[in-house]
Design a protein around this ligand. Structure first.
Ligand SMILES: [Zn+2]
Length: 339
């Protein structure tokens, strides 16, 4: 494991690598980005580099005893803090502070990774700030946050902030294909669904169940658009159990109808843009069924359902209602029934 295993973050990697080579190490770093973007992975590689015993330009070597223990999270100079329950409490921060006051167990840096740093309570952040203002020697704090704007500005200003960017689709694809042996079409679908987040793509690929669920989603939408909405509603409970699974289904539905929109608007280039490329035949069929007005109405219905689900308003009923409404829009033939 070394810096080359970090995909699509060239600027950050260069900056970290240079810091290691030149020995210009700050006391605080923030790695910020959504779940699955590789914040922790990056922090571990950087931690390995900081205490690696290999040649400076080659750190982390990945094979010295320090690198191996760091990557296995059992290096005595490495501490990992994460929320207990909903937050990181002042007690945990105090423990870090008294811990960092002691000398490192081994020569080198003492590294504290705070995972979910934005979940520190205000008291915890205040206490942490004091340590950051007068940091013990050879101590490096690596703060991982999904949203670093939730941290006190005074903490942020004392850290070097790295915002992890969405990974380019082609780059992610070749990265996965060089390291894993998944079928190319699965990789293509996972990468397109990942929104540039490597962890999301790998999660989709690792769990075959995800592909089964996607097939079920497609089945539901196909039934709705074929006039079998009752069958669709029978399938829905298998996929929608709570807020999280409902939102996943809504995300998928939105991506599906957006793809149809893209097929219409970019007839020449849509294959590069759409997300559900592995289901092109069904998408094309739905494209023939739906008019533009119907597509717009369907997307409005999905947007409204997002709001109900977000506020926990009868989640299962909201999804059933959405499917009925989509079916109704689809079956409308443009004439009033009494005319
Ligand atoms: Zn090493």
């Amino acid at each position: 494991m070394n810096f080359n295993d970090i995909v699509g973050q060239r600027v950050i990697v260069e900056s970290l690598r240079n810091a290691v080579i030149n020995g210009m190490i700050s006391n605080g770093y923030i790695f910020s980005g959504p779940k699955g973007c590789g914040k922790k992975f990056m922090a571990v590689i950087f931690s390995m580099a900081l205490n690696c015993r290999g040649e400076a330009h080659d750190r982390p070597c990945g094979s010295c005893s320090s690198c191996i223990r760091t990557s296995n999270s059992n290096h005595p100079n490495l501490k990992l803090i994460k929320p207990t329950g909903q937050s990181i409490k002042i007690k945990q921060v105090r423990e870090i502070i008294s811990d960092t006051a002691r000398k490192p167990f081994e020569s080198g840096y003492k590294i504290i990774i705070i995972d979910g740093a934005e979940k520190m309570t205000i008291e915890a952040q205040d206490a942490f700030l004091k340590t950051l203002e007068e940091p013990p020697e050879n101590t490096v704090f690596l703060l991982l946050a999904e949203n670093h704007n939730l941290l006190l500005p005074t903490i942020v200003s004392r850290c070097q902030v790295f915002r992890i960017k969405p990974v380019d689709r082609m780059e992610m694809k070749s990265f996965i294909q060089a390291r894993y042996d998944y079928p190319p079409m699965d990789v293509e679908a996972a990468v397109r669904h990942s929104k540039g987040i490597i962890g999301r793509a790998l999660e989709l690929l690792k769990d075959k169940e995800n592909f089964k669920i996607r097939a079920l989603y497609i089945d539901i939408l196909d039934n709705v658009l074929s006039g079998n909405e009752r069958d669709a509603i029978l399938l829905a409970p298998e996929t929608v159990e709570d807020k999280e699974t409902a939102e996943r289904f809504l995300d998928f539905s939105m991506s599906w109808f957006r793809d149809i929109m893209v097929m219409r608007e970019c007839p020449k280039a849509f294959k590069d843009i759409i997300i559900n490329i592995d289901s092109l035949d069904i998408l094309s069929r739905h494209n023939l069924i739906l008019t533009e007005d119907k597509l717009n109405s369907i997307m409005e219905i999905i947007k409204k359902t997002y709001i109900y689900v977000k506020h926990n308003v009868g989640i299962k009923n909201s999804i059933d209602g959405m499917l009925f409404n989509i079916a109704e829009v689809n079956s409308y033939n443009g004439k009033n029934s009494w005319s």
